[in-house]
Write a protein that binds this ligand. Structure first.
Ligand code: DQA
Length: 147
């Protein structure tokens, strides 16, 4: 699940976010999903409520959430509240190392719910986060109730 401005990945500040597009990230995630035989849904929106609606959908039909909420990471109590309604693993992903950047990026509401946080691994962070979410589901260390 990707938040605002991530539709411009590859074009937006490539010196920070790299030159791969969001479609490349999706393809990378799909190849990891195929490796493990899991289904994924890949989303991006610039609208906070759409992210919240997708989190609610995941309550019904999702086992884990990977989220790069973009700048909503630093502002959205509403997304934190939505994630707190979800029982499965939540992985927070940031392409850039937010701790090396402006101070306002150092605080994340999402981290208060996340089971893991990846930052500064570039777009590779998505695949790493997905592998971790699958591992947590497989070893049963997080009890997941779908629906
Ligand atoms: C980001 C970091 C955020 O601070 C920023 O607002 C983004 C992208 C990242 O992936 O590094 O939009 O989440």
């Amino acid at each position: 699940m990707n938040g605002p401005n991530l539709n411009l990945l590859g074009k937006r500040q490539p010196e920070i976010y790299g030159d791969q597009m969001l479609a490349d990230v999706e393809a990378d995630c799909r190849s990891v999903a195929l490796e493990f035989g899991v289904d994924i849904r890949f989303h991006q929106s610039n609208r906070e409520y759409e992210l919240i609606d997708w989190i609610h959908e995941a309550r019904e039909s999702g086992a884990a959430i990977l989220i790069n909420a973009g700048a909503f990471t630093h502002t959205s109590i509403a997304i934190l509240d939505a994630l707190n309604t979800f029982d499965g693993p939540v992985m927070e992903v940031h392409i850039s190392n937010v701790y090396k950047r402006e101070a306002f990026r150092h605080h994340s509401y999402i981290s208060q719910r996340a089971d893991g946080v990846i930052a500064g691994m570039g777009v590779q962070g998505y695949q790493l986060a997905l592998r971790r979410a699958i591992a947590l589901l497989q070893d049963g260390s997080i009890d997941v109730r779908v629906g």
